[in-house]
Design a protein around this ligand. Structure first.
Ligand code: F0G
Length: 338
């Protein structure tokens, strides 16, 4: 199977002896988004969506997980563990199942979307429900990671960042050039760190525009948020692990890290589904919400922008109820006037 380690092994910390655990991740679509461009007052062909929900478990986490799990197996681990707002646990559970490892996941109670939880369940992860938020769950996972034979597969694991940087390599190939601007949701800040690393290693330097949810925006306020709140549960994080490298990505690239409200996130989420045919999860839409927010203020950056859509819309079916149309209920067999 051709996953991203096979494709990019020369640029990844693997050798011929690394057992490769793959589900065929990576090589996700880069979709031209002229309706988003128009909404932002930009010319056709200037906005692209990197659809990471097309990865095997439905999020970008698979990029980091193929490498983190492969390296864990290489190092002789018998189990892996993580704290997660949902996607990391879904990905870890799937790759661990494939590798035959135990997988223990620490999840914030009541704040993991249904699709993600069902993945952890079906892939046989051992689930620890923490009566607290992600940041508190991560403290527990870090402690539990001292258990012999276990590897932590949160994004503090450098192999996660290495695997995820390949998305930048793909964008450069797919566009045939470097984008001028890169828009991305930011939670624990591993992914913005990974993209910036991937771009830098390729000699590219788009401006990095990171977006946090307004109720969980420590990188914007400059201090940790004790009780992060947002319906974008994937990025409901108050104390990002990769804080310094996210700020470095922002500053080295001449970009910014801003915040978008839940209303702005949901508006972009709906717009992408209805006008571009791309169904991402709410947190993912933060990247496009950020671009539209800048546009509204007359500050949309010129040139080519790539917006990363980090996870699949099917991950979080619960949130769609509020967009349901009026449903017509009819008897079977009659004629329907449209
Ligand atoms: N988008 C989605 C869909 C996510 O699941 C995450 C993070 C992010 C964006 C933010 O990425 O943390 O690298 O800045 N989800 C983690 C998890 C925290 O546990 O699944 P980041």
């Amino acid at each position: 199977m051709n996953g991203l380690i096979a494709r990019w092994h020369r640029r990844l910390p693997v050798t011929g002896r690394t057992p490769i655990i793959t589900l065929g991740e990576g090589n996700t679509p880069l979709v031209r988004a002229d309706r988003v461009a128009k909404a932002a007052g930009l010319p056709p062909g200037s906005v692209f969506l990197k659809v990471e929900g097309a990865n095997p478990t439905g999020s970008f986490k698979d990029r980091g997980m193929t490498l983190a799990i492969s390296k864990a197996v290489e190092a002789g681990a018998t189990g892996v563990l993580c704290a997660s707002t949902g996607n990391t646990s879904a990905s870890a559970a799937a790759y661990a199942a494939r590798a035959g490892l135990r997988c223990v996941v620490f999840l914030p109670k009541g704040k993991v979307a249904a699709g993600k939880l069902s993945q952890a369940v079906m892939h046989g992860a051992e689930i620890v429900e923490v009566a607290g938020n992600f940041d508190q769950a991560l403290v527990m996972a870090n402690e539990a990671a001292k258990t012999k034979g276990f590897a932590l597969v949160n994004s503090s694991n450098p192999f996660r960042i290495e695997g995820q940087k390949t998305a930048a390599f793909e964008i450069l190939e797919q566009l045939g050039r470097a984008p001028d601007n890169h828009f991305i949701p930011v939670g624990n800040a591993g992914n913005i760190t990974a993209y910036w690393k991937g771009y830098k290693e390729s000699g590219a330097a788009p401006r990095m525009f990171g977006w946090q949810a307004a109720g969980a925006a420590p990188l914007v306020s400059g201090k940790p948020v004790l009780n992060p709140t947002t319906l974008a549960t994937a990025i409901r994080i108050g104390s990002p692990v990769s804080w310094n490298s996210a700020i470095a990505a922002r500053d080295e690239s001449g970009g910014m890290i801003g915040k978008v409200t839940d209303a702005e996130i949901l508006s972009a989420y709906r717009f992408l589904a209805r006008s571009e045919g791309v169904f991402c999860e709410p947190s993912s839409a933060a990247s496009v919400a950020g671009l539209l927010k800048l546009a509204k203020a007359g500050k949309a950056p010129s040139g080519v922008s790539v917006c990363v859509l980090t996870g699949n819309g099917l991950k979080d079916p619960g949130i769609t109820a509020r967009f349901a149309p009026k449903i017509r209920r009819v008897k079977a067999g009659g004629r329907m006037k449209l």
